[in-house]
Design a protein around this ligand. Structure first.
Ligand code: F6R
Length: 242
C-alpha cells in the first residue's frame, strides 16, 4: 500500500487525476471503475481540465460505476446517472455505450446485478478502481456486515449512510433506502485501486481501514490485502494514522 498525504485539496485532486490520466495514456482501452459522492468532484473537474488540453482521449475507455440508488429516476439530479453526466461524461469524448452504471430502475434487479457483473467480466476486469470511503468504512455501498457479498447486489443503505447523503437531498426522507452496488469481490479484483479520502471527519475510519484489523465490520479494511493499492489523503483525513 502506498499512502500519500497532501496539504491542499487542489494538489490531492491533481495527483488523483494524474493517476487516472496516466492509466488512460498507458492503456488507451482502460477499464475504469468510477465512484460518485463529494470526494471525486474536484478530481473529475481536474480530469476534464486536462482532457480539454488534448492530453488524452476517452474514445476507447470503458467505465463501470460502483453503484446507483434503487428506484430513483435516472433524470433525478441526485441519481448517480445525473452525477456522472454533469461531473464527467458530458465534458469528455467517452462513447455512451462504453459507460456503465447499474440500473436501479430495472424491472428485475437481480438480473441487472448479474448482467452488470457479466459486463465487467467481458470487459476484462477493471484496470483502475477509484474509491471514496464512507464514515462507517463502506466502499461502494458495501456496508459493515457479518458477511460481505462478492458480486453486484442489492443493498439496504445503513442509516449512517443515508444521514451522510441527506446533504445532497432536501431531507433524509428523500434519500433512497436501497442501492445496487458492486461487491467487494469485484472491487478487489481491480488491477489497481485508488482510494481517496478527505476531511477530519474521516480520520478515525481511515485509521481503522488502513491500520486496523481486517474485518467485514470495516469493509474498506479488506483493501489492505490488495497488492496494488494507492491511498491519497488530505492532511485532515491522515491526522490519526500512526
Ligand atoms: C460512491 C460510493 C461511496 C462513497 C462514500 C464517500 O459511489 O460508492 O462509497 O465513495 O460514501 O462519499 P463522499 O465522497 O460523499 O464522502
Amino acid at each position: 500500500m502506498n499512502i500519500l498525504t497532501f496539504d491542499s485539496d487542489a494538489k490531492l485532486n491533481e495527483a488523483a487525476a494524474n493517476i487516472i490520466i496516466g492509466q488512460i495514456q498507458t492503456t488507451p482501452r482502460a477499464v475504469l471503475g468510477l465512484a460518485t459522492g463529494g470526494t471525486p468532484v474536484g478530481i473529475y473537474k481536474q480530469v476534464v481540465k486536462e482532457f480539454e488540453r488534448g492530453m488524452f482521449s476517452f474514445r476507447n475507455v470503458s467505465t463501470f460505476n460502483l453503484d446507483e440508488y434503487v428506484n430513483i429516476p435516472v433524470e433525478h439530479p441526485e441519481s448517480y446517472h445525473s452525477y456522472m453526466k454533469s461531473n464527467l461524461f458530458a465534458h469528455i469524448d467517452l462513447p455512451e455505450a462504453q459507460c456503465h452504471i447499474p440500473d436501479g430502475n430495472a424491472a428485475d434487479l437481480t438480473e441487472e446485478c448479474r448482467s452488470y457483473d457479466e459486463a465487467i467480466e467481458l470487459a476484462g476486469q477493471i484496470d483502475l478502481q477509484l474509491l471514496g470511503l464512507g464514515h462507517n468504512g463502506h466502499i461502494g455501498f458495501n456496508e459493515p456486515a457479518h458477511a460481505l457479498t462478492k458480486g453486484t447486489h442489492i443493498v439496504e443503505l445503513a442509516q449512517e449512510t443515508r444521514e451522510a447523503n441527506a446533504r445532497f437531498f432536501d431531507s433524509i426522507d428523500q434519500v433512497p433506502k436501497q442501492a445496487l452496488t458492486m461487491g467487494v469481490g469485484t472491487i478487489l479484483k481491480a488491477k489497481k485501486i485508488l482510494l481517496v479520502v478527505k476531511g477530519a471527519d474521516k480520520a478515525d475510519i481511515v485509521k481503522s481501514a488502513l491500520q486496523g484489523p481486517i474485518t467485514t465490520d470495516v469493509p474498506a479494511s479488506l483493501l489492505q490485502t490488495h497488492p496494488n493499492l494507492i491511498v491519497l489523503l488530505d492532511s485532515a483525513a491522515a491526522g490519526k494514522l500512526a
